[in-house]
Design a protein around this ligand. Structure first.
Ligand code: NDP
Length: 333
């Protein structure tokens, strides 16, 4: 059973040397458990935080242990009454080819509703993050202007489309022209800004948001967020979802202080973790499923083939390799 372990705590940007691939015997399920063959595994920015030895909302990964995260797999052996061989399930399993877990630790997914990969993307954790962050904290109203950073990624691309459904003007910020063309031409964003090539982001944002910014869905933090926050309207809302531009900094970042801007606009900035909404996940999945079925929410997946490319796929999140949800295909069903 091939597995990927964390062997060093990354300093700054993680490297291949922080991980190690090992081969162990395939485990056998006991009563009530199943053996799952990994089909797709998810690499996510939050995993970077778990590689530090620091208290957070999830415990750190332990050194020399398997990295865990979202996996879609196939049950290949079952000692549980509620799952049978061939069932496709979603679970928080490992960067490994096979996992054994209690059948109550995984959720069966129906491949007839949507491709099984969506359980890790638009119909899974990232989609729910967009849904609850935007709707519950952002409270979008028709005619308002929504800016989203990390706009072409798994979360950001869904945020922008939900904001369009709610009748807002939507401006995305992402790191390439290809991404921005996708946002405007395929997802219906009103405008998109390439933060890597635009010399004055604040001016470009002011041009794209002639009526100011009512909601800023923040996935990245840093300079980009400082620029957006300088354009907030009265009673603006900021769902604070992620700060990816800061995850690999070795020293805390010092930038403009945003508090005066929040104060003078009576703005609300609220951090959240998607699991805060666990008791409403069914609502979120059912609404997202409907929007996908009706073509109102489109999605892309950036699928790298081969378990041995998992670390590369993870590292690519920090250089912006992905449009939409980044996944690794480990095996065919
Ligand atoms: P994405 O699919 O958006 O992938 C990460 C993207 O971030 C990259 O494609 C890249 O796009 C962008 N990026 C990387 N480094 C930087 C940087 N230094 N500055 C600006 N942009 C950068 O990932 P997710 O959609 O899964 O996650 C997006 C954010 O949401 C992350 O911050 C993540 O931690 C957070 N999150 C929070 C959750 C919560 O519960 N609060 C749950 C899930 C995610 P580009 O080419 O545009 O640079």
């Amino acid at each position: 059973n091939q597995q990927i372990l964390l062997v060093k705590r990354p300093k700054g940007m993680p490297t291949e040397e922080d991980f190690k691939m090992v081969d162990k015997p395939v485990p056998q399920p006991e009563e009530g458990a199943v053996l799952i063959r990994t089909l797709y595994l998810s690499v996510d920015p939050y995993m970077r935080g778990r590689m530090n030895d620091r208290k957070s909302y999830v415990p750190p990964y332990q050194l020399n242990e398997v990295i865990t995260g979202g996996v879609v797999g196939e049950v290949v052996q079952s000692k549980a009454a509620d799952l049978k061989e061939g069932d496709i399930v979603l679970g928080n399993l490992g960067w490994q080819k096979y996992s054994v877990t209690g059948s109550n630790q995984v959720r069966k997914i129906n491949p007839d509703i949507a491709p099984v990969t969506t359980a890790l993307g638009i119909l899974g954790m990232p989609g729910l993050t967009a849904y609850f962050g935007l709707l519950d904290i952002g409270q979008p109203k028709a005619g308002e202007t929504v800016v989203v950073s990390g706009a072409a990624g798994a979360v950001g691309s869904v945020v922008g489309q939900i904001a369009k459904i709610k009748g807002c003007r939507v401006v995305g910020i992402a790191g390439s022209d290809e991404k921005n063309n996708y946002l405007v031409n395929e997802l219906g964003f009103d405008a998109a800004i390439n933060y890597k090539t635009t010399p004055d982001i604040k001016k470009a944002l002011a041009d794209a948001c002639p009526k100011g910014v009512d909601i800023y869905f923040d996935n990245v933090g840093g300079d980009i967020s400082d620029a957006v926050i300088s354009l907030l309207n009265h009673k603006a809302r900021i769902p604070l979802c992620g700060q990816i531009s800061l995850y690999n900094l070795e020293k805390p970042d010092i930038g403009p202080r945003i508090q005066p801007q929040l104060l003078i606009t009576s703005a609300l900035m609220k951090g959240f973790i998607v699991s805060d909404y666990a008791d409403r996940f069914d609502e979120g999945i059912s609404q997202l499923t409907q929007w996908v079925a009706q073509g109102q929410c489109k999605f892309r997946e950036n699928i790298i083939e081969g378990f041995e490319n998992t670390v590369k796929a993870f590292l690519g999140l920090f250089s912006g390799e992905n449009i939409g949800k980044q996944l690794v295909k480990v095996a065919d069903p």
